[in-house]
Structure formats: C-alpha cells, structure tokens
Design a protein around this ligand. Structure first.
Ligand code: AMP
Ligand code: TRP
Length: 336
C-alpha cells in the first residue's frame, strides 16, 4: 500500500493488555474487527505492556516477556498484516509514558475514581497509583496517534469517553493539540459473557482461576469442546426465540459472530432444538476458527527474530507519529 493511499484513509488505533491468555471474547470484540477492516483504515495496533504492570503483585517478568511474543504472534495469526497495519509494543515508544504524565497532571482524580474498571479492581489491598491512572495512560496511547476511531469491546466505552474528556480539557487549557476520537464498537458480540456464568463478562483474569470460564485462542479442540458443552444455560431445554436466557443468548451471539449471520438466521437454524444441538454446532464453529488461527500461530511463534523485527519496525513507524504529537504537547505546556 502506498503511503499516499493510506494517508487518505481514516486512522484506527487499538491495543490489548499483555496480561493473561487471549480468549474468544478478545477475538470477537477486538481482533477480528481489526483484521476484517484493515483495508478501510490506516491501522495502528499495539500490545499494552505498561498497562500490564498496574497490579504489581501479578508482575512476573519472564512470563510478561513470553506473553508479549505470544500476543504479537497471535496478532499476525488472527490476520493482522504487517503491510497494512503497524504492530508495536507500547513501552518501546517512550512518548506513551511521557504524554501520560502530562495527562496525569491535567486529569482530576475524581474522573479516574469514577471508572468502573478501577472500582472493580481496586477492592484489593493497596491498589497501586498506576491502577488509578491506567486510563490517562490509555488516553495517551490513543491521542498520540490522532485516530478517527478506536475499535474496542463494550467494556472500554467508558475509558474512551474519558479519553475524549481529557483531550477536550487539554485542548481548552493549552490549545488545540488533539483530535477527538470515536469508539468503534460492534453492535452484537462486543460483550461476550463467561461460559461458566453468563452474568459476568468473559475476562482474562477470571479465565486464569476458573477452568470453564473462557475459550482461549490457544486451547486444544478437546478442551474447547468440553468448555462449550458444559457451558451454563438455564433450566429450559430447547432454544425458544421469546425470552432467551443470558446463557443461550451468549451462545447464539458467539455463533452469529463467528459465522457472520443474524439472529433471524440462527433462530431459523436452532429454534425448537435442544441446547445440546446449539452447543455442538457452536463447538465445531469455534474449533474451526481457532484451529486456523493456531495453525498460523504455530508457524510463526517459533521464529523469534521475525517477531522481534515486526516490533522493531513497528516501534519506528509508531514513534514517527507519536513523537510529533508529544513534542507539540510539550511545547504547549512549556516543557519545550
Ligand atoms: P483486555 O482483555 O481487557 O486487554 O481487552 C482487549 C480487547 O478485547 C478490548 O478491546 C476489550 O474491549 C475486548 N474484550 C475483552 N473482553 C471482551 C469480551 N468479553 N467481549 C468482547 N470484547 C472483549
Ligand atoms: N484498556 C484496554 C483493555 O483492557 C487496553 C488498552 C490500553 C487500549 N490502551 C489502549 C485499548 C488504547 C484501546 C486503545 O482492553
């Protein structure tokens, strides 16, 4: 793609935190959307390793390094194409940390304390300052690249809203430095629920402690089959279009997202059939998707130097844009 063609396209930027194993919710809510829409946008995707430090009790240095390599390999395996998308590691572009500091200084603490993700994670003893300021680093991640859209799952909606507020506050205090991005959130599939409990969001952290919670992108087929066949539904026995329980709803959403079909299609296929039929069909669809990803993953995961090269080239391209934005913010605040 010529840079001229890319420059005329709207820009997207997004990232995934380097904690825990990526699951089918990450794939449907984020990765599959990034990959599918690559030709429409100028694309920047990164791995948020700085955000992986916000719960210091969980920091395992060797595991973090491994995780980063795993995620970049999964990015490529899920279809991100290095000729179309800049892939990079957050910590390799120092402007993220330096702009985050400036944002920490213009963001009222109350804005950060209101974040539901902070509230749900800060009930531990001694939450770190980094856990509280997580969203101002995220605002820096985004605003450095002046993206038009930020493709994320539904759980990140509030963080994007905060990012917009931080941009507006900075702009009004110091002068127009940042464009205001829009979230890009799919209408169905943006909030995949836990397979062991359809009332909670499928998450990497719950997947770590609960076996049947999520389908991991690197899970073997027999494990996937088991997780889906055992998934929690309700006391009913067959799929009925009226009054779907949360568990069956979640299974239908998963099936529709992976087969690119509508609710009408899936009711035509499954209405009146037992939950077991739906689960079996879903398991096969998930296995088919995930196996294709794993096949590509296994080819590239071993090639460490290829993956390192992707991140080195990505950091250079990302820094070209990020450094200019950061310098402008430094000039406007008197640091330059
Ligand atoms: P995280 O796992 O929190 O780093 O999330 C990475 C990306 O996946 C973000 O865009 C999230 O919004 C998205 N995501 C995480 N969990 C889910 C889920 N259960 N359903 C849909 N999208 C999700
Ligand atoms: N907070 C996001 C998550 O947990 C990850 C993230 C960090 C992100 N910085 C970002 C997503 C910037 C989009 C844009 O999912």
């Amino acid at each position: 793609m010529s840079s001229e063609a890319a420059a005329t396209r709207p820009r997207v930027l997004s990232g995934i935190t380097a904690t825990g194993k990526l699951h089918i919710g990450n794939y449907i809510g984020a990765l599959s959307v990034w990959a599918r829409e690559q030709d429409r946008f100028e694309n920047y995707f990164f791995i948020a390793d700085l955000h992986a430090l916000t719960i210091p009790e969980n920091i395992q240095p060797d595991a973090l390094r491994e995780r980063v390599t795993e995620i970049v390999a999964l990015y490529v395996a899920c279809g991100l194409d290095v000729d179309k998308s800049v892939l990079f590691l957050q910590s390799r572009v120092p402007a993220h940390a330096s702009l985050a500091w400036i944002f920490n200084c213009v963001t009222p603490i109350g804005w950060l304390e209101r974040m539901t993700q902070y509230k749900s994670k800060s009930d531990r003893a001694n939450p770190s300052a980094g856990l509280l300021t997580y969203p101002s680093l995220m605002a820096a991640d985004i605003l450095l690249y002046q993206p038009d859209f930020v493709p994320v799952g539904d759980d990140q909606r509030q963080h994007i809203e905060l990012t917009r507020n931080i941009a507006q506050r900075f702009n009004s205090m110091f002068g127009e430095a940042f464009s205001i991005p829009e979230p890009m959130i799919r209408t169905s599939g943006a909030r995949i629920m836990g397979l062991d409990d359809p009332n909670v969001k499928m998450s990497k952290s719950l997947a770590e402690s609960r076996d049947g919670h999520a389908v991991g992108l690197l899970d073997p087929p027999n494990k996937i089959r088991k997780t889906i066949m055992r998934s929690v539904t309700d006391s009913g026995t067959e799929v009925r279009g009226d009054g779907l329980g949360a568990g069956v709803e979640n299974l239908l959403v998963l099936h529709e997202a992976l087969t690119d079909t509508t609710r009408e299609d899936s009711l035509a296929e499954f209405e009146g059939k037992g939950y077991g039929v739906l689960k079996k069909a879903l398991a096969e669809v998930v296995i088919e998707h995930v196996s294709a990803i794993q096949e590509r993953y296994n080819e590239i995961r071993a090639d460490r130097s290829y993956l390192d090269r992707i991140l080195a080239e990505g950091a250079e391209k990302a820094a070209n844009i990020a450094d200019e934005t950061a310098r402008n913010a430094m000039r406007l605040t008197g640091l330059l």
